[in-house]
Design a protein around this ligand. Structure first.
Ligand SMILES: Nc1ncnc2c1ncn2[C@@H]1O[C@H](COP(=O)(O)OP(=O)(O)O)[C@@H](O)[C@H]1O
Ligand SMILES: O=P(O)(O)OC[C@H](O)CO
Length: 500
């Protein structure tokens, strides 16, 4: 009986929306994907049209169902996973957004973030939310919309508006406005949620002048959120039973259930997340403490290092530098580059995230000679993903006192074998790439499936995780440390060179 049913994940990412249907063996039966436009109103600003996002969600749901010929009532549960922090505010009754969604990468709220730091709030906010003050998180984006869009503050004060991260927006739409909720993992990215007391923090809300009526109810990641209503899912009531931010969902999809297990997702950015168990220990070294997921009445925490530019550096090689037509070509070019060069690319296009948290620095290239080739330039850009990862992994080892023995990987750029081998070399750690590369969607499918009894327990889903490849470090220790020292010097030099 159960093998006739399926779980559908909706993975709403920074550049595209996917719907993926999984069977009981955790295999992909069908997937559909739609890209949508990025809006850049000013340099450094990144926005999305929330209504367009909802249209792509409807499109991928219908594409996946039609192409697989699976009837909507065969879906036992829906999971939603999403680009995190991205902020939408909309009218409670009409569902109309008051402004574009402000995307996690956007820098339009840097000044607000700087002001909060100058006001001396960093320590209190870190202690309560586990986060460092940065324009990355939702709080300053909410403040910006309240301050800059005419009439919005008054409407918010009157309780007429709702805030949500993208999961909340999709849930509201799928339930036809009946549910305003999120899960612990997404709430923990707002900079407004007290991760120890598990509630919206009234002291922070007061200081930031954010009305509590804007905020959604916060629930376990694996549990009942509501049913699809009306035409959200062809008129069929399907339970929505999993919600998690995409990086936390990826941790779950990698079956990294034990404290100390670490994954890295190489997408637009790269996000290294370590399962920290039930201990919300704070980092002394610039990592974030965040909620991994809530399941079976328990909340699990994670340590995270967020890298803002990873796969997007490869997109830059393609769209900005015109060095490749397809991202996948970079692998052969890097292999062909030889190893005698000493070129470093620091892709700090919008500053650097963990562990530096420097929003003012910009990108730089070092070590060019008359003989530097395109291949070497491409290789140095790929290697920058691995060096940034080492910055974070070393910090994690320092924070926890535990060596990181293995790194589970996923995301678009994890398909690059040159990158994976170099990552293993520069970390001297085993890299483990799973059979299902759509780990994010799989993770939230697991959460949704566990909540409806499609799978019985975590031990059962753990068995569905299968290894595809393993990369082991083979670089000599002195070469490894020399290369990494060069990277550290390049970052320092880029930090000094601030032109604005
Ligand atoms: N073979 C490859 N080598 C290097 N980078 C790649 C490769 N394939 C895809 N990418 C990069 O991966 C990113 C897409 O990964 P994906 O996980 O879909 O990201 P997101 O969910 O952030 O949209 C793009 O930035 C792309 O440049
Ligand atoms: O949409 P992605 O995969 O680039 O992920 C974005 C992150 O969730 C931002 O924190």
């Amino acid at each position: 009986m159960s093998d006739e049913q399926y779980i559908m994940s909706i993975d709403q990412g920074t550049t595209s929306t996917r719907a993926i249907i999984f069977n009981h063996d955790g295999e992909i039966v069908q997937q559909a994907q739609h890209e949508f436009p990025q809006i850049f109103p000013k340099p450094g600003w990144v926005e999305h049209d929330a209504n367009t996002i909802w249209e792509t969600v409807q499109q991928v749901i219908s594409d996946a169902l039609i192409q697989s010929n699976i009837k909507p009532y065969k879906i036992a549960g829906i999971g939603i996973t999403n680009q995190r922090e991205t902020t939408v505010i909309w009218d409670r009754i009409t569902g109309e957004p008051v402004y574009n969604a402000i995307v996690w990468q956007s820098k339009q709220t840097s000044e607000i973030a700087n002001q909060l730091k100058e006001d001396g709030l960093a320590e209190m906010i870190h202690a309560k939310t586990g986060l460092v003050i940065d324009s990355y998180f939702s709080a300053t984006k909410i403040m910006w919309i309240l301050e800059n869009i005419a009439g919005v503050r008054e409407r918010a004060e009157r309780g007429e508006l709702m805030f949500g991260t993208i999961d909340t927006w999709i849930l509201y739409k799928l339930t036809n406005g009946r549910v305003h909720a999120t899960d612990y993992s997404n709430a923990s990215r707002t900079m407004l949620y007290n991760i120890h007391e598990l509630k919206w923090d009234t002291e922070i809300l007061d200081l930031l002048h954010i009305p509590v009526s804007l905020l959604p109810e916060v629930k376990p990641s694996s549990g009942h959120f509501g049913y699809t209503q009306d035409y959200g899912f062809y008129g069929i009531k399907v339970p929505i039973t999993g919600i998690a931010g995409d990086q936390q969902a990826a941790l779950f999809g990698q079956a990294a259930f034990e404290p100390g297990m670490v994954k890295n997702t190489y997408g637009t950015g790269a996000f290294i997340v370590m399962n920290a168990g039930t201990d919300p220990k704070l980092s002394d070294n610039g990592l974030l403490t965040t909620i991994a997921y809530g399941i079976d009445d328990k909340v699990y925490y994670a340590l995270e290092g967020s890298i803002f530019v990873a796969g997007s550096a490869i997109q830059w090689l393609r769209d900005g530098m015109h060095l490749v037509e397809h991202a996948s070509e970079t692998e052969a070019m890097a292999e062909a580059a030889g190893s005698s060069d000493n070129v470093y690319v620091v892709p700090a296009f919008t500053g650097l995230g963990a562990p530096y948290w420097d929003q003012e620095m910009r990108g730089a290239v070092f070590g060019l000679t008359r003989g530097t080739t395109q291949n070497q330039f491409v290789r140095a850009t790929i290697e920058s993903l691995a060096y940034q990862t080492r910055d974070v992994v070393d910090t994690m080892a320092k924070d926890t006192g535990l060596p990181i023995k293995a790194l589970a990987v996923d995301g678009g750029a994890s398909n690059n074998n040159y990158l994976m081998q170099f990552q293993a070399d520069i970390l001297d750690t085993t890299i483990r790439r799973p059979m299902v590369s759509e780990t994010t969607a799989l993770g939230v499918a697991f959460m949704a499936g566990l909540a409806v009894g499609f799978w019985q327990n975590q031990a059962e889903v753990e068995k569905l995780w299968q290894l595809r490849d393993e990369f082991k470090g083979t670089m000599a220790a002195d070469e490894r440390e020399e290369k990494y020292a060069g990277w550290q010097l390049a970052v320092k030099a880029a930090q000094v060179f601030k032109t604005n």
